[in-house]
Design a protein around this ligand. Structure first.
Ligand SMILES: [Ca+2]
Ligand SMILES: [Ca+2]
Length: 101
């Protein structure tokens, strides 16, 4: 791949970089899903937004963009906001196969 770097009042610089496929798992989070309806242990106004006083389920899908399968994936959710609490802050994702491109 050829990369060209430019800036105002500067001479462009061009170089070649080599891209190689990742050989390890690379996990990326996807847009979270908020369940704030009034069933299944959640309590809210069902507007898919976290509002004060609600009890929600927050689902954070993960995608593996790496070159190999990720195993034993665990995630821990945290915050510095003292007004937010977690009933279950740690979740096991188990095995996440690499995403197909
Ligand atoms: Ca629910
Ligand atoms: Ca809500």
């Amino acid at each position: 791949m050829t990369l060209t770097v430019t800036a105002c009042d500067c001479r462009p610089s061009r170089g070649t970089i080599t891209l190689t496929a990742a050989t390890s798992p690379i996990l990326a989070d996807r847009p979270p899903v908020i369940d704030d309806d009034n069933s299944g242990g959640t309590a809210g106004d069902n507007n898919q937004s976290l509002d004060a006083g609600e009890t929600i389920d927050l689902r954070v899908p993960l995608k593996n963009n790496g070159g190999t399968t990720a195993t034993g994936v665990m995630a821990n959710l945290g915050t510095t906001d003292s007004l937010v609490g977690f009933d279950n802050a740690t979740v096991s994702y188990g095995t996440i196969t690499r995403a197909l491109r």
